[in-house]
Design a protein around this ligand. Structure first.
Ligand code: NAD
Length: 435
């Protein structure tokens, strides 16, 4: 739990390291990132086990998460040699743009996906020639620290990639106020994100925000209803619902509502909530006693539930997969991000109704549309206000493609080729060639 002075010391170290890291020739920087990726790969099982112990993630998810860090590093290792500027035709001279690194990037990460979310920041940041100070969440520092060690082992020079554990209000806040940090990449709650945005305004500090969500899973009558129902538990209960992309609002067309719910009930009861270190586990416990209390606050004992999954006997912050039927959209459970395994199901009549209900939220991160009518799938995916939609799928994150939110779900995009713009400044230089 670092204090302000320790945080300043690490930021200063990163600022000094920037002077030499930005000058490392692009091919060598690429090789170092690939070496780092190879070490993350050869330590996949160790990192995954560490995450299971620290976060209660299922082992299969944790292996995917460590694999995602490897993939992101490999993907952005191609960037240093391809950070092209432009030559722009102008009168009386030559005009060239350069893509230049910003300096020290402060990355602040939540506890729900400690490895990938850190990697989405440090992968492109390092590739573009920046240095990094990374603050994991208070309760999940383990894999971040191990990734920092692996970066050093890969030969990334000391001071380039720094991990500093501590409180958000101390270390995270200092990233915002210390002028040597040139950009903040923040993933976390909308409330904290708004405070960080205000703080960054003082120095016009660059900022990427990935915030909360309350995403819609829309099932049309013309969908493969069995398939949609079989996939719906994973869409919301994965990581025990502690997922910013969780499809925690389920919108089902009236004419197939009963059929869908019958199939969904079978799928929820089959969804395996158990010791997360077992290969068969699909859902583990919640992260902390506090989070369990928060979820119980939304679903107290006397709540009328449609159906629930099971939880194992014995100690642990378990909460069952819970399905609520909703008629009043002003209910807290329907509007607020619960960040637990709770889904609200609501009926809709037609396409316009579905879009209206889906967009009736302050958030706009993800969502799914289930339909076999390609025209409808295109129309609805264009009309829903969210940054990451998938048709006949629950997938949200693909490292090749941009990820981020509309409305209060965030600002800017991570991943894909566009993320490099978020870690560079464009410099324009005009050369006068007149005699
Ligand atoms: P949180 O906002 O409480 O904390 C996130 C991080 O911010 C932590 O590292 C914390 O220490 C730090 N922090 C807290 N106060 C701070 C301050 N004043 N200044 C600087 N840093 C501060 O969020 P959480 O509870 O850890 O994570 C859950 C939230 O994250 C959910 O709302 C979820 O939707 C969101 N999330 C969003 C995405 C996305 O990509 N959009 C991904 C994962 C999680």
């Amino acid at each position: 739990m670092a204090d302000v002075a320790q945080t300043d010391a690490v930021i200063l170290k990163a600022a000094k390291a920037f002077e030499s890291w930005r000058k490392v020739n692009p091919g060598d920087r690429a090789k170092l990132l690939r070496k780092f990726a190879a070490l993350v790969d050869s330590h996949n099982e160790e990192l995954a086990q560490l995450e299971v112990l620290n976060s209660g993630h299922t082992i299969s998810n944790a292996r995917w998460e460590a694999g995602n860090v490897r993939d992101v590093l490999n993907y952005y290792s191609a960037a240093p040699e391809r950070l092209f500027g432009r030559q722009i035709p102008v009168p009386n001279g030559i005009d060239i743009t350069f893509k230049e690194p910003l300096g020290v990037i402060g990355i602040i990460v939540p506890w729900n996906f400690p490895m990938p979310i850190a990697g989405w920041g440090f992968g492109p940041a390092l590739a573009a020639g920046n240095t990094v100070v990374l603050k994991p969440a208070e309760v999940t520092p383990m894999t971040a620290i191990r990734l920092g060690e692996l970066a050093l082992e890969a030969g990334i020079p000391e001071g380039v990639f720094n991990v500093i554990a501590g409180k958000g209000s101390v270390v995270g806040d200092r990233f915002v106020t210390n002028p040597l940090v040139r950009k903040i990449v923040f993933t976390g709650s909308t409330t904290v994100g708004k405070g960080i945005m205000r703080g960054c305004a003082d120095q016009v500090k660059r900022l990427t925000l990935e915030l909360g969500g309350k995403s819609a899973n829309i099932i049309f009558a013309d969908a493969d209803v069995e398939k949609a129902a079989a996939n719906a538990p994973g869409a919301v209960f994965d990581n025990a619902g502690q997922d910013c992309c969780a499809r925690s609002r389920l919108l089902v067309q009236s004419s197939v509502y009963d059929k869908f719910m019958e199939n969904f009930e079978v799928a929820v009861k089959k969804f395996r909530c158990e010791d997360p270190s077992l290969d068969t586990a699909e859902m583990g416990p919640l992260i902390t006693a506090k989070q369990l209390e928060t979820v119980r606050g939304y679903v107290p004992e006397n709540t009328k539930v449609a159906f629930q999954g099971s939880t194992p006997e014995g100690p642990g912050y378990w909460f069952p997969a819970t399905v609520l039927e909703v008629t009043d959209v002003s209910e807290r459970t329907y509007r607020e991000e619960i960040f637990g395994p709770v889904v609200s199901v609501i009926r809709f009549e037609d396409e316009d109704d579905a879009v209206r209900i889906a967009n009736d939220s302050e958030f706009g991160l993800s969502g799914s549309i289930w339909s076999r009518d390609i025209g409808r799938a295109v129309r609805v995916s264009r009309a829903v206000e969210a940054g990451n939609l998938s048709v006949n799928s629950n997938s949200s994150v693909r490292y090749w493609t941009p990820f981020g939110g509309y409305k209060q779900s965030g600002l800017g995009r991570e991943l894909g080729p566009d993320a490099l713009d978020a870690f560079t400044e464009t410099k324009n230089v005009f050369f006068d060639t007149q005699l």
